[in-house]
Design a protein around this ligand. Structure first.
Ligand SMILES: NC(=O)c1ccc[n+]([C@@H]2O[C@H](COP(=O)([O-])OP(=O)(O)OC[C@H]3O[C@@H](n4cnc5c(N)ncnc54)[C@H](O)[C@@H]3O)[C@@H](O)[C@H]2O)c1
Ligand SMILES: [Zn+2]
Length: 364
């Protein structure tokens, strides 16, 4: 079975394809996307994914179809989402002779997608690119065209909007995903349920997806979660308003991720972010005591952390100050509003965050 979800934004129209065996079909999928045989295909992956053979699978398929293809691999981890790494890739592309007709294919998790997408958005003022996500979390990051790199002062501070030609989510690749990475991805799936799919949230409450399920189940799960994101980016491609709702859990989550020096993975940091932001919402009576309990429980049942680590609140606040959502005396937060909805709140104060942080550290 293969699921095609269509994404249509103000500037682009592409398919998010989920299914088994997609990577080995890359050779005939490219011409369908209008990629001519003289286009140089530049694959970006990370060393772990490379060793697992997924990038090679695409390279072989693409070469057999008659394309020139070069593969570049970066060290795994958020440390590779940097301007320095982008420059290395530009140089490799120049060496390989990639011209403006070239196509970048990102084969990996959100790190590779964000980095390779940024390189594609900027190399010779922009070349086409395809997302081939290999983590559950990347069902989220591969849709919507947000690409970018980190600066030492914060995550995703340099970037662009660059929509892919297509997203190929080959569920076979998820089978090698370590449990911890699967669960990190579940944080974004739960987030999508909280934002716009109450039935998905309720289903996961009843039967948590603790590890990679079989192919058809994983396809359905991803399709459900991805549909929430697609619906939102279609209405607001450039995050002028509505798209902000996707940042649920991320205002605190990004700060936690950064202060942990990336020892927590993105999904784990987002889970802690959702928890703290739920406490703020509870204090502001946007969620009831029962809804608060359900949110904490669903995260816990998926093996995700719900207590902030023992960082000082000040280090988190300092990071929030650099965050682009900071508007002066208070912050703009996306907070849960019952289950299946969110509310953008513009006046979250230092005291609000402090109280929520302390409650989250003490109570479960
Ligand atoms: N652009 C967006 O809209 C957006 C949205 C959410 C997250 N993000 C970004 O995504 C990044 C996190 O993505 P991630 O969690 O996928 O991290 P990741 O890309 O670092 O992948 C996690 C780990 O899993 C390994 N891996 C990947 N695929 C594998 C597979 N199939 N089998 C075994 N191991 C595999 C990787 O080598 C890595 O070590 C963060 O940088 C975050 O900022 C971006
Ligand atoms: Zn995220």
């Amino acid at each position: 079975m293969t699921t095609h979800l269509h994404v249509k934004t103000a500037t682009a129209s592409y398919d998010f394809v989920i299914g088994s065996g997609l990577f080995s079909e890359a050779g005939h999928r490219l011409p369908e996307l209008g990629v001519q045989k003289d286009a140089h295909i530049f694959i970006v992956t990370d060393d772990t994914v490379n060793q697992l053979g997924y990038a090679e699978q695409i390279r072989q398929a693409v070469r057999e179809a008659g394309y020139d293809c070069t593969l570049a691999s970066v060290p795994p981890g958020d440390g590779s989402k940097s301007l320095e790494m982008a420059e290395e890739l530009y140089l490799e592309m120049l060496d390989a002779g990639v011209r403006r007709s070239g196509v970048v294919i990102a084969v990996g998790g959100g790190v590779v997608g964000d980095l390779a997408g940024f390189v594609a958005a900027t190399y010779q003022r922009g070349v086409r690119f395809i997302q081939a996500p290999t983590t559950l979390l990347a069902h989220d990051s591969s849709i919507g065209g947000k690409v970018g790199v980190n600066l030492k002062r914060g995550k995703n501070l340099v970037g662009a909007f660059h929509q892919p030609l297509a997203v190929w989510m080959d569920v076979d690749a998820l089978k090698s995903l370590p449990k911890r990475e699967w669960r990190g991805g579940m944080a974004e799936v739960i987030k999508h349920g909280m934002i716009g799919d109450k039935a998905l949230f309720e289903r996961l409450e009843k039967s948590p997806a603790l590890d990679v399920p079989d192919s058809s189940q994983v396809e359905t799960l991803i399709a459900r979660a991805a549909s929430v994101k697609i619906r939102i980016v279609e209405q607001d491609e450039r995050e002028s308003n509505l798209r902000m709702v996707l940042n649920l859990g991320h205002t605190v989550g990004h700060a936690v991720e950064q202060v942990s020096h990336y020892e927590l993975n993105h999904g784990e940091a987002v889970a802690i972010g959702i928890r703290v932001e739920t406490e703020i919402a509870h204090e502001k009576r946007l969620v009831t005591a029962e809804e608060r309990r359900r949110i904490i429980r669903i995260l816990e049942r998926h093996g995700l952390p719900v207590k902030p680590p023992a960082f000082s609140l000040e280090s988190i606040i300092e990071t929030l100050n650099y965050d682009k959502k900071h508007t002066g005396k208070s912050w703009t937060f996306v907070l849960p509003n019952a289950i299946g909805g969110v509310k953008i709140v513009h006046d979250v104060t230092y005291e609000d965050v402090k109280r929520a942080w302390e409650i989250a550290q003490k109570e479960t």
